[in-house]
Design a protein around this ligand. Structure first.
Ligand code: HEM
Ligand code: HEM
Length: 462
């Protein structure tokens, strides 16, 4: 039994499987939320099913459970692989897995009964914040020690991003969750919103973004069998990300009476975010140029490529909606929910899925059970997400322009009812994609065709 925890890549595998389980659970919660917004009386008076409790379960289980867990699983494979060594300690990797997943599981279990810190993206109660911190610290120790024992001298950019994500988040998380106030996890008054959005933006900017970019930098050159276009560009992208992303959280609370200088910095540097984004995308797309057909034909490569396209759309929309004049229409309504889905799911979630399908054979020694199911999953989730983007953006514009004209909130609801119904229906496509993904992962591990490794780490049929 103990030997199983020492098996090479076992911790990575465990993270990948957990990520797919959270994908299913997270999207099921999303559907419950969507049904509520379509027909509020549907789950009436069932405490654990009320919107205020299912929404945090959906958001945390999808964002930290599905996306981050899957991407951490990928990092636990590619960090040692790129350094031509093994993970320093598989059992320590399992400890990270336990601490991390206990927290994710705690979400639905506590939120359903109203036990929550009540701050968006920072709902986990203090004891589970401690568990997240233990997960991050054990991950950092494992990665640092893996770097220390490396055979390969060059630290490829994916290693930078994976370590950056763990180190930055270990700093951002306790601050944003105000961990020195265990009873509330909050600061008194308005200042709390500054702390919260410092964290809220960085959990996507300094956890999901670097993990997703690190995975894309690993997968794309391998699928197309081309070297990275520019190591220098990759470093520019890395350092400008941390220089700019860290202090733009204020763009979430431009309508609140926070200091003007903070709003100014948030808006100006939101615009400047085009630098890290363009640097990364140019570097990745130049790496795969001329090979897009081959890339698209590869099920994993297709997911990652689509993720980079979503990244572009997200990061054109992001700076635009950071402008106060735009937010007069887009803030507080479904426009932002549309942005959140194309960002967290389209960008980081698609890259997580692509990296999973690329890395699963490498950590399991088995071919993906069915490439056709991966392609089917791609079709289903793409259809669902493109649909989400359109209906939520339109619903947001209807709400925002009506409010600007002085209309009361409840009077606009009938106008967006149809969009809420379409969104719930589209959710079924995404849930089906999540279920197919879990099925395909389980069958790969259980019945996938074995592959043999050859010296350079490539795999071929046995
Ligand atoms: C160039 C980069 C980006 C900029 C400038 C940007 C800007 C913004 C702004 C201004 C908002 C708030 C809108 C409002 O409340 O009116 C927002 C919301 C959000 N963004 Fe981005 N974004 C960027 C990239 C990303 C990325 C890469 C992700 C995910 C990986 C992401 C995830 C989110 C999420 C989840 C929200 C919703 C927050 C909430 O619950 O209110 N964004 N973004
Ligand atoms: C079955 C598919 C899904 C459905 C039906 C769904 C539905 C919803 C609903 C109804 C909300 C609440 C919106 C509101 O407060 O007005 C929401 C929020 C959110 N969902 Fe999903 N979702 C789905 C999949 C996903 C996935 C796969 C992810 C990420 C990987 C995700 C990430 C988020 C985020 C970050 C928010 C917060 C948005 C914000 O506050 O702006 N969702 N979702």
């Amino acid at each position: 039994m103990w030997n199983r925890f020492k098996e090479t890549n076992s911790a990575s595998r465990a993270f990948l499987v957990a990520g797919m389980i959270w994908f299913v659970l997270g999207t099921l919660y999303g559907l419950v939320c969507a049904i509520h917004l379509m027909a509020p009386e549907f789950f009436n008076n069932i405490g654990p099913m009320v919107f205020g409790r299912t929404r945090p379960s959906h958001v945390n289980t999808s964002l930290l459970g599905f996306v981050a867990t899957t991407l951490i699983g990928c990092a636990l494979y590619y960090v040692p692989a790129l350094l031509r060594t093994r993970l320093w300690s598989e059992p320590l990797g399992w400890c990270s897995w336990l601490f991390w997943n206990v927290t994710i599981l705690s979400g639905p279990l506590t939120f359903s009964f109203g036990i929550s810190q009540g701050r968006e993206y920072a709902e986990y109660i203090w004891i589970f914040d401690v568990s997240v911190m233990l997960a991050l610290l054990t991950l950092i120790v494992n990665m640092v020690m893996t770097v220390a024992q490396r055979v390969e001298n060059t630290l490829y950019v994916s290693v930078w991003y994976a370590m950056g994500a763990a180190v930055w988040t270990s700093l951002v998380y306790p601050i944003g969750n105000v961990m020195w106030h265990p009873s509330t996890g909050a600061m008194p008054g308005l200042i709390d919103s500054i702390f919260l959005w410092f964290y809220g933006h960085n959990v996507v900017g300094l956890l999901l973004t670097p993990l997703a970019i690190g995975a894309a930098y690993f997968v794309l050159p391998r699928v197309t069998k081309t070297p990275l276009y520019s190591h220098t560009l990759s470093l520019v992208g890395f350092w400008t990300l941390v220089a700019l992303y860290t202090h733009i959280g204020g763009h979430h609370i431009l309508q609140a009476p926070i200091p003007n200088w903070l709003k100014m910095i948030s808006v100006v540097d939101s615009m400047a975010m085009v630098i890290p984004v363009a640097t990364v995308l140019v570097n990745l797309w130049m790496t795969v140029r001329g090979r897009s057909v081959a890339l698209w034909a590869n099920p994993a490569g297709r997911f990652v490529l689509a993720g980079t396209i979503w990244y572009l759309i997200t990061c054109v929309q992001g700076p635009f909606q950071s402008l106060p004049v735009v937010q007069r229409i887009t803030h507080f309504n479904n426009w932002t929910v549309g942005h959140a889905h194309i960002a967290v799911f389209g960008f980081s979630g698609f890259i997580a899925l692509g990296a999973l399908w690329h890395i699963l054979p490498l950590v399991s020694g088995r071919r993906v059970y069915s490439d056709r199911l991966v392609n089917l999953q791609f079709g289903l989730v793409s259809f669902g997400l493109i649909g989400f983007f359109f209906v939520l953006t339109i619903a947001g514009l209807i709400q925002g322009s009506a409010w600007l004209n002085g209309e009361t909130v409840y009077k606009v609801l009938p106008q967006i009812a149809v969009y809420m119904a379409v969104r719930a229906t589209l959710g079924l496509f995404i849930i089906t994609g999540a279920l197919i993904g879990l099925y395909n992962v389980v069958l790969t591990l259980w019945r996938g065709e074995p592959i043999v490794r050859v010296a350079d780490g490539e795999v071929r049929n046995s």
